[in-house]
Design a protein around this ligand. Structure first.
Ligand code: GLV
Ligand code: GLV
Length: 310
């Protein structure tokens, strides 16, 4: 993690134990070194559940998750033990919306496949029908979940001349006023989108929301983008849909069983795969670190954490 968190905590007088590896250490080591701590900053790949909380002991007062999503944390288990939980909303909105757009453009216009053609020496010269993609101008952008990130993705579409539709539990006045966006139900969103991009949190209801039946209902030229959480999409069904050309392409930043991907997915030419880079800018990862540290300090000094989840 960028050094900001440790610096902020050290400056506030706390003893900080950090793992000096760029990849998360084994769970046993995390548990062993969290034992006796008052706070812990966790990654989205760390499962914080009854087992974890029992193993680290009763000194823990806050779990500051280094992510906006917190589906890796069992909130009920934390509540029962009077442990606070925080996340890092807001600071990663723009960076994540950029990642979604990187995938939209790459998947719609064969950027990754074109790069592979060049690198493998397979380009024999310009041709009228080589790697034809989806024209974004005039196409319909469908946003599932018009919260902070979904709205930021929608706002970026202005320059591309797209029509915007969205599905959410509430009306998004800003999107309707500024973009003329229309709120539709999930059936219409799936049927009408040329680009369908997912921005809902991972809840039990969101699991496999986009599966075989939804792929059949999508346009054959449609592009699916997922920068939210892998399990929202039935990844095996997506492999079939891409293989059978039920949809044209997909751009993925997240997967059902990270870091593994569904069998067959990586062999398909019409999918662009990123290793969960949504918030991965130097600026954003630094802000997330500082934010996590501030939440820890708030709880340990008896204040309400600014980004409390529970
Ligand atoms: C990243 O996936 C996050 O939830 O911050
Ligand atoms: C393409 O390079 C064009 O000149 O149309």
């Amino acid at each position: 993690m960028p050094s900001d968190a440790a610096e902020v905590l050290t400056a506030a007088g706390y003893t900080v134990d950090t793992f000096d590896t760029s990849e998360p250490p084994p769970r046993d080591e995390i548990i062993a070194r969290t034992r006796g701590c008052a706070g812990v900053i966790t990654m989205l790949s760390d499962r914080v559940d009854d087992k974890f909380l029992d193993a680290v002991g009763s000194s823990l007062r806050i779990v500051a998750n280094y992510a906006v999503g917190f589906d890796n944390v069992d909130l009920e288990a934390c509540k029962q033990r009077n442990i606070r939980v925080s996340n890092t909303p807001g600071v990663l909105t723009e960076a994540t919306a950029d990642t979604a757009w990187a995938l939209i453009l790459a998947a719609a216009r064969n950027v990754a496949e074109g790069d592979r053609v060049m690198r493998t020496g397979k380009w024999s010269g310009w041709a009228p029908t080589q790697l034809l993609g989806l024209e974004l101008n005039g196409a319909t952008l469908g946003i599932l979940g018009a919260g902070r990130i979904g709205s930021a993705v929608a706002r970026r579409s202005i320059g591309f001349g797209m029509r915007v539709i969205y599905t959410d539990t509430t009306t998004n006045e800003m999107l309707e006023k500024e973009l003329g966006a229309e709120r539709v139900d999930l059936d219409r969103l799936v049927a009408e989108s040329d680009v369908l991009t997912l921005h809902i949190p991972m809840t039990p209801e969101a699991r496999h929301l986009i599966g075989a039946a939804r792929f059949k209902a999508m346009k054959p030229n449609a592009v699916l983008i997922n920068t939210a959480r892998g399990p929202i999409v039935d990844e095996s069904a997506l492999v079939e849909a891409l293989r059978n050309k039920e949809i044209a392409a997909a751009g993925l930043d997240v997967y059902e069983n990270e870091p593994r991907v569904a069998p067959g997915l990586a062999e398909l030419p019409n999918v662009v795969l990123l290793p969960h880079l949504g918030s991965a800018t130097t600026t954003t990862r630094g802000k997330m670190a500082a934010m996590a540290a501030e939440n820890v300090i708030a709880v340990l000094t008896g204040r309400e954490p600014p980004n409390a989840v529970v």
